[in-house]
Design a protein around this ligand. Structure first.
Ligand code: HEM
Length: 344
């Protein structure tokens, strides 16, 4: 039997024969369209790996039993960290494309019409699998229409299907909401400093939070009450908000280190996606100014809007709003320290 050959194993011929610049009459006379194609292909390959990792993390959380003994938590955290590293890498790639100038781009821009990264199905799948919903999108009228430059019918359907499956955000919210930290049994030997007999931890924490607010920020207390005791915040129920804050506050306890790592990594992913959006947006301004995009949106204006509107884990990142100094934290009762594990 023939030995496996490197080029066959990674299907190199297929990959290396997949660059077909439309503006070249002869390869030797080529312009920057080759770079433009290769950059997009490199992005799409990395998007594929991100989707693969995301699906594996979603599978872990979909099982409903995150168990510290089975390494589930550290596996999920490791895969999400890998996504962070890939996003850091693809953010750097913008700099390579920026070695092309606006005039260089004009040499072949008309050959692309009406194609655009807007039609990147994989980018939409990443957003959907993380938890960005269609109705939360900036300028949602651009999506899923049959206008020129939008997703094909088949791609739009695939994105819709991904949106109807459980997104990572929803799975994380359910996982947080299931945590049993506030079962009264754990708090039986806890003496409340605010004199509460039930919900002792939150009563004490609320008092400490109130004391930490400056005069100008008094309104935050009502926001705190809404987020943690009545409505929740965004997609997070009050129970999920309580668990997320609790993990963040007591992240130094061994049992909370991994869950904290996980929540923190989700914020990092959001931050890196937003860095990408910013770099892409400012590159677009340099390349085409304020002209409309090849995909038919308003161009830089549209992209600027996505920057602030397409955060996915906003509630987790904004938990910092509700923190108090570490030295003011209530000491946890022994029963809770001893009993709580990841088995929720
Ligand atoms: C010369 C370089 C580039 C220009 C001028 C450019 C321009 C644009 C414009 C104007 C849009 C808005 C849609 C439209 O009307 O066309 C867009 C969207 C997009 N582009 Fe690019 N782009 C460039 C490079 C890239 C690269 C290298 C990628 C990597 C995959 C990329 C991925 C995307 C994605 C994913 C969107 C959709 C963003 C969203 O809707 O949130 N673009 N691009």
């Amino acid at each position: 039997m023939d030995d496996l050959y490197y080029g066959d194993y990674i299907e190199l011929d297929t990959i290396l024969n997949s660059q077909k610049p439309r503006s070249f009459s002869r390869m030797e006379d080529g312009n920057d369209e080759m770079l433009f194609i290769i950059i997009h292909q490199a992005y799409e390959l990395w998007f594929k790996q991100i989707i693969f990792e995301l699906d594996r993390v979603r599978n872990i959380f979909e099982r409903g039993h995150i168990n510290d003994n089975s390494d589930d938590m550290s596996n999920a955290a490791r895969k999400l960290k890998r996504i962070v590293k890939i996003l850091e890498l693809v953010n750097q790639q913008v700099g390579v494309l920026e070695t092309m100038t606006a005039l260089d781009f004009l040499e072949f821009r008309n050959y692309l019409l009406p194609a655009s990264g807007f039609q990147s199905k994989q980018f939409r799948l990443i957003e959907a699998k993380l938890g960005l919903k269609m109705e939360e999108r900036h300028k949602k009228e651009y999506y899923k229409t049959t206008r020129r430059g939008s997703l094909s019918e088949a791609d739009a359907q695939e994105v819709s299907r991904a949106e109807s499956e459980s997104a990572l955000k929803g799975l994380i919210v359910s996982w947080l909401a299931r945590m049993p930290f506030f079962d009264e049994g754990y708090w039986a030997d806890y003496v409340s400093t605010s004199g509460a007999s039930a919900g002792k931890f939150w009563s004490d924490y609320r008092k400490a939070y109130e004391a930490s607010l400056s005069d100008g920020e008094r309104g935050r207390l009502a926001e705190f009450d809404r987020a943690f005791f009545s409505e929740g915040r965004g997609d997070l129920s009050p129970e999920a908000m309580q668990s997320a804050l609790f993990i963040t506050l007591y992240r130094d306890l061994p049992i909370f280190q991994m869950p904290f790592e996980l929540l923190n990594t989700l914020s990092e992913i959001d931050e890196l996606l937003s860095n990408w959006r910013y770099r892409h947006f400012s590159m677009v301004r340099r390349m085409i100014g304020i002209r409309a995009g090849t995909g038919g949106t308003s161009g830089a204006g549209y992209l600027e809007g996505t920057l602030s509107q397409h955060y996915i884990f906003r509630e987790l990142t904004e938990l910092a709003t509700f923190l108090i100094e570490r030295s003011k934290l209530p000491e946890l009762p022994k029963a809770l320290r001893e009993k709580v594990s990841f088995q929720v």
